[in-house]
Write a protein that binds this ligand. Structure first.
Ligand SMILES: Nc1ncnc2c1ncn2[C@@H]1O[C@H](COP(=O)(O)OP(=O)(O)OP(=O)(O)O)[C@@H](O)[C@H]1O
Length: 207
């Protein structure tokens, strides 16, 4: 179970807007977040990961308190260990595909399973510059899954994939998420494309 209630002031040009998000979701569920550009969706994911501090709020994940501003609890990103798929992938230019996964886990069988899921087996020794945009995006997803996170945060994670690749990847991910009981939050500009797998939809807008 995750329970989130956060308030964050967003800098919008010369002014400010309020981001207030409340969400409760059972463990192992998928929540799809959508809303207008600039409303604060990416910022919300970064607040959950501990990369941006909110003014006030609380976050608990499977009984662990990650944030509670009223009692000054604020775990670091390293302590929260959320999986994060960044909109711009944030890959390491000098690491090969396999090294990205080895950085996250020592489990060779798990790495092979992930490479197969992302159809990247034949690219294991390539660096990001030698990959297509879709291959880079799949690597970013595999790396986030490699740590088997309790909470997986994905920011527009399928934007560079064609329909077939996306459908195949999603089917494989869904099996893994169910097995590992991963709680997933996905920001998407096309929530309808995920409506078959979404347990919750959350609309984030300007306030
Ligand atoms: N650390 C921060 N503190 C305050 N405001 C921020 C911070 N980071 C980003 N912002 C502002 O928050 C606003 C929302 O940005 P964000 O990237 O979260 O929107 P978004 O909903 O993900 O947009 P898009 O759909 O275009 O990706 C922007 O105006 C940005 O300048």
């Amino acid at each position: 179970m995750i329970a989130i209630d956060i308030h964050k002031k967003l800098k919008i040009g010369k002014g400010w807007s309020d981001l207030h998000v409340q969400l409760q979701a059972e463990r192992g569920t998928i929540t799809v977040i959508h809303g207008p550009s600039g409303a604060g969706k990416s910022t919300f994911l970064k607040v959950l990961a501990g990369l941006i501090k909110p003014e006030t709020g609380s976050i608990s994940v499977d009984g662990d308190v990650w944030l509670d501003t009223s009692s000054r609890i604020d775990l670091s990103p390293q302590q929260r260990k959320a999986g994060f798929v960044f909109q711009n992938y944030a890959l390491f230019p000098n690491m090969t595909v396999k090294q990205h996964l080895q950085y996250a886990t020592n489990d060779a069988a798990w790495i092979d399973e992930l490479l197969s899921l992302g159809q990247l087996q034949t690219f294991a020794d390539q660096k990001p510059d030698d990959l297509s945009g879709g291959q880079q995006q799949r690597l970013a997803i595999l790396r986030a899954m490699a740590i088997k996170p309790k909470l997986l945060l994905m920011d527009e994670p399928f934007s560079a994939l064609d329909q077939k690749t996306k459908a195949d990847l999603l089917a494989g991910l869904k099996i893994l998420w169910d097995k590992l009981q991963t709680t997933v939050i996905i920001v998407s500009h096309y929530p309808d494309e995920l409506k078959d797998i979404a347990d919750h939809q959350l609309y984030v807008s300007y306030q």
